[in-house]
Design a binder for this molecule. Structure first.
Ligand code: MN
Length: 367
């Protein structure tokens, strides 16, 4: 297993690459969507929250798809710092909103995603993470929920305010949209859209050598903002991978979200999907509680035994990248970095302990 750091768009710079190397990382996962553009309730020194039913920010330029040159330059900068670029996390709503919404631009947006996948392949970036969700990440509350009063986020019950027109997945893609709200759809309609999307883009992903990695719904409730959620119980990931058997159809395996789900057992869930070799990469996060009430914790302080998770991943031969997902904000001049450094230190020690255990038991072959 490999240690990585996820960086938001405005954090993609040499200082943060050096920080990652210093913390023992070998890989970076990059967000290219600027979630914070025009957002009012979204401090840029933390994960985007947007408030309970607010907005992260304004989506990007619908005419500008990430170019091979931009992607290659990013990869080169990451590699110049001694790291590898493992994945791009999340598509810009500006480029694919009508796939989620089944709108008039759907076929153009399918072409957008195919183009992005081909360009990632050309730039040698192996994984594209996505979240097939209308309401996206919403309903979050912030507070001193973590150990020592560290600022963290959580869920305090469902949020049912409808999504305004022109907004999808936490972001505004049309500032001129007529007033009104998005009509509700059924769970089966959402699955139909997901299946059509995967069946159209996975052949291109196979050709391009790019893996699609699906994030589960965070928060994992059956509905949020009057819209269905896709993967809100662990078993629903099985349906997603059975939609299309392509080896490029994999999971952005978010341990925190899976642990927040009301059903299932986190350890058997990790075993089930890692045994099938369906994990593209892992969001390594701990949490206390389950829907509809939970909060994010420090990595060593939640409901989940993260060491046990790693031993299951190791036993099943997972060799991909783990990144801290979110962490509580630590009380100091660099709250985000301190939280990440704390989690990365924990992860590094845990991974070293697994390797040492194998060496002592003679299980690994010498180099
Ligand atoms: Mn996650």
């Amino acid at each position: 297993m490999k240690l990585g750091l996820g960086l938001y768009r405005h954090m993609l710079n040499r200082d943060n690459y050096a920080f990652a190397v210093q913390a023992g990382c070998t890989h970076v996962i990059a967000h290219l969507v600027d979630y914070f553009k025009g957002g009012e309730s979204n401090p840029t020194n933390n994960q985007p929250t947007g408030g309970k039913d607010g907005v992260w920010g304004i989506a990007g330029d619908p005419q500008h798809l990430w170019t091979v040159e931009e992607l290659s330059r990013l990869r080169a900068e990451v590699e110049a710092s001694g790291l590898q670029l493992e994945a791009i996390e999340n598509l810009d709503p500006a480029h694919w909103h009508d796939i989620l919404l089944d709108g008039q631009l759907r076929s153009a947006h399918i072409e957008n995603v195919k183009t992005i996948i081909r360009r990632m392949g050309a730039a040698g970036i192996p994984i594209l993470g996505y979240n097939f969700s209308l309401a996206g990440v919403c309903g979050r509350v912030r507070g001193p929920f973590a150990r020592g009063g560290a600022l963290s986020v959580g869920l305090d019950g469902p949020v049912d305010t409808p999504i305004p027109n022109g907004m999808v997945w936490n972001m505004i893609y049309d500032q001129q949209a007529p007033t009104g709200t998005l009509p509700s759809i059924s769970h089966e309609e959402l699955w139909r859209r997901l299946e059509a999307f995967l069946n159209e883009v996975l052949p291109v992903a196979e050709e391009a050598g790019v893996t699609l990695a699906a994030h589960p719904d965070d928060p994992p409730l059956p509905t949020m903002r009057q819209q269905p959620r896709l993967v809100y119980q662990p078993q629903m990931y099985q349906r997603l991978i059975e939609v299309n058997p392509s080896p490029r159809n994999r999971l952005e395996f978010c341990l925190g979200t899976l642990s927040e789900m009301s059903g299932g057992d986190i350890y058997s869930t990790v075993d089930q999907y890692s045994r099938q070799n369906r994990l593209a990469y892992v969001h390594f996060r701990n949490v206390r509680g389950k829907v509809p009430r939970y909060s994010e914790t420090f990595i060593d302080d939640g409901d989940v035994d993260m060491l046990r998770i790693l031993s299951i991943l190791d036993r099943n031969g997972f060799a991909g990248v783990l990144i801290p997902d979110h962490t509580p904000q630590m009380t100091c001049a660099a709250p985000w970095h301190a939280g990440m450094a704390h989690t990365l230190g924990f992860m590094r020690a845990a991974l070293m302990s697994i390797e040492n255990g194998k060496r002592l038991s003679g299980a690994s072959t010498p180099p």
